[in-house]
Write a protein that binds this ligand. Structure first.
Ligand code: SAM
Length: 267
């Protein structure tokens, strides 16, 4: 570690991992190998970076906090497989990494305030990505990995599961971080599908149907979707309009979105 003592900054969501056992367990789950192209988002003081580089992989990192740049450069700058990108991962153009299709392996102990928009930004580039491993707030991981029928199943679960297989790997308590966050965390693995299992005719219409349906999750679909689809159109999509949105699986939402697409063409 550098002689320079970096003070964790709240506004950058800095909770640095310091538990060697937890770091090792995360690195084992990621299992980076020589020749792979890894991308670490928010390397911080390098808790995961060291092990990722040790694997022999090519490693790009994106760090927003300028004060951490000299620390990272000092620790890893001599390694020709290490490339440091200073900036905001939410605005980063992943094409500049020149990764082969389905090759990029993304890793990050993410600041909780940017985790959802960042996952969506990455999913816009899903064709480049082989897999993603993130440390997130435990509740967010539960929503990502949820199945229909429960309170965690919602917009985030559906839009992420449209693109990816999701695995909730393990939980991590606050004591593994410095400073400790107020919430429990968990590690999730997201693997983009090479072929979408339920492709929608128009992805934007799927987003719209899902957003509208979950705006009022206690109401029936017939009620919440009435501005988009008539009751008979819902039935024609093979969906029972008296159900509530949390009872519908991804395939049913895609059928509703496709019905809306047909309707838009007919209009
Ligand atoms: N990976 C380190 C670890 O596990 O100890 C640090 C994790 S800390 C929770 C999150 C890191 O993301 C911090 O280093 C923070 O400066 C960085 N960060 C915050 N917002 C970011 C953004 N928009 N783009 C890139 N990095 C960001």
């Amino acid at each position: 570690m550098s002689e320079y003592q970096h003070r964790a900054r709240k506004r950058f969501g800095q909770n640095f991992l310091h538990d060697a056992g937890v770091i090792h367990r995360i690195l084992r789950a990621i299992h980076a190998r020589e020749g792979e192209h890894m991308l670490e988002i928010g390397p911080g003081q390098g808790a995961l970076t060291e092990g990722l580089l040790h694997s022999g992989a090519q490693l790009d990192v994106i760090e927003l906090d300028r004060d951490l740049i000299p620390i990272l450069q000092g620790q890893f700058g001599d390694n020709p497989r290490f490339r440091l990108n200073q900036g905001d991962a939410l605005k980063f153009d992943f094409n500049q990494l020149e990764a082969a299709p389905h090759s990029l392996r993304v890793v990050g102990n993410l600041p909780y305030n940017i985790s959802t928009p960042l996952i969506f930004h990455l999913l816009n580039n899903a064709a480049l990505i082989r897999d993603m491993h993130f440390m997130l707030q435990k509740e967010v991981v539960e929503r990502l990995a949820a199945t229909p029928g429960g309170g965690d199943w919602g917009r985030l679960s559906i839009m992420v599961q449209y693109h990816c297989r999701v695995e909730h790997l393990f939980n991590v308590g606050p004591g593994a971080f410095n400073p400790p966050p107020k919430v429990d965390s968990a590690i999730v693995r997201l693997v983009p599908h090479e072929v979408l299992p339920h492709p929608a005719k128009d992805h934007r219409l799927l987003e719209r149907v899902v957003r509208e349906a979950f705006n009022q999750r206690r109401k029936t679909l017939r009620n919440t979707l009435k501005n988009l689809l008539a009751a008979d159109a819902i039935e024609a999509a093979g969906v029972d309009g008296s159900l509530r949105p949390e009872q519908l699986d991804l395939a049913a939402f895609v059928r509703l979105a496709d019905k809306l697409a047909e309707q838009s063409i007919a209009d």
